[in-house]
Design a protein around this ligand. Structure first.
Ligand code: BG6
Length: 493
């Protein structure tokens, strides 16, 4: 394998302070990503990592904890002992009750002599965001620092505004890095390259040529020990408000003047603000919510959402959402965007399908008039790829048309390790690049758009529609597309 591009990496010294340092996210994502960046030689030699948590440990105990819990989550090639040891040398631990400002002197002392940019990563529940920021300010640690906020950032528009207001009292917007890890995925970066690095698609990327767009993020996993959190969140808040609307904004945005953070984020914001509002009757017609019932995933029986630990009896939290939305601007007016996400579905796939209009008149028989004959499928995961579907003539006599594909599988073409989303995003935080982080006004616009759905569901007596685990969701999701004369990709014959 060849080494991947490291353009944009820098070697500025830093101190990376990880609140929630013994939590699930630290263990599964953040520390493995920092290790990968260390292994790839992308971190400054004197960059330091400080784990912060309430667990009673000293640095030695924390390193032991990191060995046991983090190592298994490191992706890619086997871990070389010397590299692992040199990674551990970067790490220290501070025991601290993050909700008590009087304890922060320990942290200040620990950071005392460290040189370089201070980064505070809040891998904690959102309830701690404001207390931590306040305590950092009182301890004199906020000035010139960067703060990274994990989702969920609030529960609705109001609570997210409250957090943003409070954090904004202490940190300027250009110090705040709101993570949406989908923006760090290689494939999402590629979407920008595909759209803005080629002239091929741009003339077709509009209502005159595009009939509909579908965005699917499907998971086989259930709530995986997060029942308690998930039951208060649901798929709309967990996935649609952030990941899916971010994907939509990248698909639909105008070409930015540059890749500067605000140039990109201004264009995404315009899309989010142009999402057609959904009145209650439209919500009932065009938004489907579902909840998984027992079924099987890869032939293994799995339980109902209701039977998951931490889920309230009779819970009406949705584990599936499908909806239709339009973008009200000159480029996209009238083009339906169908979004779908769910847990315990028939496969793990994230993809975007751009369906082009059929030819206006076919001299070659009815096949050429069929919707979906010309389509671009951008597969984000697994196996990142781009497929262009078209019609060709079957060999032999006559003119019989048949669907064919041009395929680009990125793994095969580049034969390089992919960079994990968290590695890219953490390197961007360290390097001070904000383009892949969500600006406050984007987040507000997304919450504002989903708010009426949340409100309407709160008044609906009927529960979410059931679906068997291991299927593609409730029948109403297929019916939604059928009403628009289309179907989800797996429903095609
Ligand atoms: C997270 C959600 O943001 O994204 C999870 O909270 C979800 O519920 C996850 O499973 C999906 O991310 P990925 O990268 O595995 O597609």
């Amino acid at each position: 394998m060849t080494k991947r591009s490291t353009t944009g990496s820098d070697h500025s010294p830093f101190v990376f302070v990880l609140f929630g340092g013994t939590g699930d996210l630290a263990m599964r994502k953040i520390l493995p990503a920092l290790f990968a960046a260390h292994r790839d030689g992308l971190l400054a030699p004197d960059g330091r990592i400080v784990g912060v948590a309430q667990t009673a440990l000293d640095t030695g105990g924390y390193l032991q904890w990191v060995r046991e819990h983090v190592k298994p989550h490191v992706a890619g090639a086997s871990i070389d002992d010397a590299t692992w040891r040199s990674f551990l040398e970067r790490i220290a631990y501070v025991e601290l009750d993050a909700s008590r400002p009087e304890t922060y002197s320990v942290l200040r002392d620990a950071l005392g002599t460290a040189s370089g940019r201070r980064i505070f990563y809040l891998a904690t529940g959102p309830a701690l965001f404001v207390p931590i920021c306040g305590a950092l300010a009182s301890a004199g640690l906020s000035e010139g620092s960067r703060i990274v906020l994990e989702k969920p950032l609030g529960y609705d528009l109001e609570s997210s505004n409250a957090i943003n207001d409070a954090v904004g009292q202490i940190f300027n917007e250009d110090q705040i890095y709101r993570i949406d890890h989908y923006l760090g995925k290689e494939a999402v970066q590629n979407l920008l390259a595909l759209r803005f690095g080629n002239s091929l698609f741009e003339p077709l990327w509009r209502r005159e040529w595009v009939e509909s767009i579908q965005i699917t993020v499907a998971e086989e996993l259930g709530v995986e020990g997060r029942g308690n959190f998930y039951d208060q969140t649901g798929a709309l808040r967990d996935m649609v408000q952030n990941h899916l609307l971010q994907l939509l904004s990248i698909i639909a945005m105008e070409p930015p003047g540059s890749m500067d953070a605000d140039a990109v984020r201004d264009e995404k914001l315009r899309v989010l603000r142009a999402l057609k509002p959904l009145p209650a009757d439209e919500i009932r017609r065009s938004v489907v919510r579902g909840q998984y019932h027992p079924g099987a995933i890869r032939n293994t029986p799995v339980c109902a959402y209701h039977a998951e630990a931490g889920v309230r009896p009779g819970s009406t939290t949705e584990t599936f959402v499908a909806l239709k939305v339009e973008v009200e601007n000159w480029r996209w007016a009238g083009v339906p965007f169908f979004l779908r996400t769910g847990k315990r579905l028939a496969g793990r796939v994230a993809e975007i399908v751009v369906n082009f209009r059929p030819v206006p008149h076919s001299a070659l028989g009815p096949t050429a008039l069929r919707p979906g004959s010309n389509r671009l499928t951008i597969r984000l995961q697994p196996n990142e790829s781009i497929r262009l579907s078209a019609l060709a003539k079957q060999p032999g006599m006559g003119m019989t048309l048949q669907g064919v594909h041009l395929d680009l599988a990125f793994d095969e073409f580049f034969q390089q390790d992919r960079m994990e989303a968290y590695e890219r995003l953490l390197l961007d935080v360290i390097g001070g690049r904000l383009a892949l982080f969500v600006r406050r006004d984007e987040q507000e616009a997304a919450w504002r758009w989903v708010a009426p759905i949340i409100e309407d569901w709160g008044t609906q007596a009927s529960p979410p529609k059931p679906y068997a685990s291991g299927t593609w969701g409730p029948a109403a999701s297929s019916a939604l597309l059928a009403r628009h004369n289309t179907c989800w990709p797996e429903e095609e014959n």
